[in-house]
Design a protein around this ligand. Sequence first.
Ligand code: KG4
Ligand code: ZN
Length: 329
Amino acid sequence: MILGIETSCDETSASVIDGERLQSLVILSQDAHTVFGGVVPEIAARAHLTSIVPVVQRALDDAHVALGDVDAIAVTHAPGLIGALLVGLSYAKGLAAALKKPLVAVHHMEGHLFAASLEHPDAVPPFTALLVSGGHTLLIDVEAWGQYRLLGATRDDAAGEAFDKVAKMLGLPYPGGRHIEQLAATGDPSRIQFTRPMLKPDQHYYDVSFSGLKTAVRLALADYAPADLARGFQDAVIDTLVEKTARAVRAYRRERVVLGGGVACNRALVAAMRERLDATVFAPSPRLATDNAAMIARAGAFRLTRGETAGPEINAYATLPLPGLEKEA
Ligand code: KG4
Ligand code: ZN
């Protein structure tokens, strides 16, 4: 029985898993940031402080578990907003010490790799992973749990960040990803076609870049309807992500693709992956695709089986490489 805690950005989340089975998941999203058009780190940290105790209690109650029945506590310690991370980490440290139970420090992106496996028993290595969130865009070959090869990443904006910035240009609320998706569904795909970023076969074989596309949308703002712009933008992002993933699937001969991160909520993206990739595509449901503590508990369970527990000296880090990463030669 593992209690997971996640506070790396603007979601306060706690979850109980039993083995690999999800028993409860509570996610409190902070609304306070919407008026600022982005996450304000100081507000995020303070909001976590207010919410962490009731959110954990609710996760235990929903799972019908008492604190004493928990075998270990898994918590995100990197990467993320440092003040936000410290709230969850400090609280988890205190709990672990008081209960005399092991503490497991989890890398947030490793959590995203495990998210789909909570719902799909076949979403297990070896697979190609595409993690697309507001802060990261990572293409990873997963040979086995804990054995990761980073193939590509974004050179500038993360995929979700690009969605959010284009949404802002179109006057849509933050975070804008799902609003773009809704608007794009009504757009005409033939009206404007943006150049697909980074698709030349020679260069940047796996990397992506979205800042040029973002500028192209900005320059077209005056001349096209918002829905057609949203559609043109989303289609370009999807084509790039599908092609990069297809390259990784081919190069490593993987039969499975696992998606994760908030942008994996985008149904057009998932549909395109399923249609065009020669592999089985697993996408978590929205509550497991976006930031949540269940994936942290699940990754923590894996690290615990390896005996990788943390002492009271464990720290939080704004950036940290994935554990078990070998860089593509
Ligand atoms: O994984 P996540 O919840 O938080 C981070 O770790 O960043 O991802 C949030 C991101 C935001 O940029 C949001 O706009 C994007 O995921 N997003 C979407 C959709 N739903 C959320 N992007 C495109 N289409 C969606 N349906
Ligand atoms: Zn995330």
